[in-house]
Write a protein that binds this ligand. Structure first.
Ligand code: NDP
Length: 249
């Protein structure tokens, strides 16, 4: 039994920035072959491709908006054509916005639900023929979904629904040897913090130093580790679970 993901074929959505980038690179360095996607072109795409080349293995970085069903279907086709099978899927791509519920437009509700929830339904469904016994699906939820967050009712609704999807699919797909779990991050310090006004970043660090048992924000690597564990054989009897990775909020 090895934590190393040597030779495993993985589909990880939203891998060019933030948490997804950390998971992609950690998985590649652990020996997996990774297909990942993004929406926008730019430096993050080029630098990820470079880093993956250095890690060795067979990796593909493709453009795909998972908020569009037809695009998701195309992505599943890419996984089939390039790898022929999948040992793991990580539904990481997500979007958020901060809007008072009374003013939340229907289009924004749909955008958030489509990307954070419907994409996961469609990706899992369309990659099912590629997932055999021993495969593992990880849905990236949010610790805030269980807690509730003002101005983010649409986002927490989508992330909470991921838990229901996960619980039901654990039972439906378990007899086929497919496991499915949620990893629910607390606040993880990604490169998005570098783009924030320094005062706001400092304020967040200060708030979560007080709110978490570990008295700090989480790192991308600290989130990638538990995801790799759930993709690996070490978690072979774990399914339908939500693993909070939140520093003890
Ligand atoms: P980022 O915004 O930093 O990165 C998101 C990544 O997903 C980017 O690579 C982005 O690519 C991609 N992406 C976004 N939308 C789409 C789409 N429609 N189709 C394809 N790719 C897409 O997010 P985080 O790293 O912060 O968050 C990752 C996940 O973790 C999300 O599901 C989020 O909800 C969850 N989470 C994060 C927390 C945190 O503290 N960071 C806390 C709780 C949950 P592109 O740049 O091309 O758009």
């Amino acid at each position: 039994m090895e934590l190393a993901l040597q030779g495993k074929k993985l589909l990880i959505t939203g891998g060019t920035r933030g948490i997804g980038r950390g998971i992609v690179l950690a998985a590649a360095r652990a020996g997996a072959d990774v297909l990942t996607c993004h929406r926008q072109d730019g430096e993050a795409v080029d630098s990820l491709a470079e880093e993956l080349k250095r890690a060795g293995g067979e990796h593909h970085v493709v453009r795909c908006d998972v908020g569009e069903i037809s695009e998701v279907d195309r992505l599943a086709g890419e996984a089939r054509d390039r790898f022929g099978r999948l040992d793991g899927v990580v539904n990481n791509a997500g979007v958020i916005s901060h809007i008072p519920f009374a003013e939340l437009p229907a289009e924004e509700w749909s955008r958030i639900i489509d990307t954070n929830l419907t994409a996961s339904y469609r990706i899992i469904q369309q990659t099912l023929p590629l997932l055999g016994a021993g495969a593992s699906v990880v849905n990236i939820g949010s610790r805030g979904a269980a807690a509730g967050i003002p101005l983010r009712a649409h986002y927490t609704a989508a992330k909470s629904a991921l838990t229901g999807l996960t619980r039901s699919l654990a039972k439906e797909l378990g007899p086929r040897g497919i496991r499915i779990n949620v990893v629910a991050p607390g606040v993880i310090e990604t490169e998005a913090f570098d783009a924030m006004p320094a005062e706001r970043a400092a304020g967040l660090r200060d708030t979560y130093a007080r709110k978490t048992a570990l008295a700090r924000l989480g790192t991308v690597d600290e989130l990638a580790g538990p995801v790799l564990f759930l993709l690996s054989d070490f978690s072979g009897y774990i399914t339908g679970e939500t693993l909070n990775v939140d520093g003890g909020i």
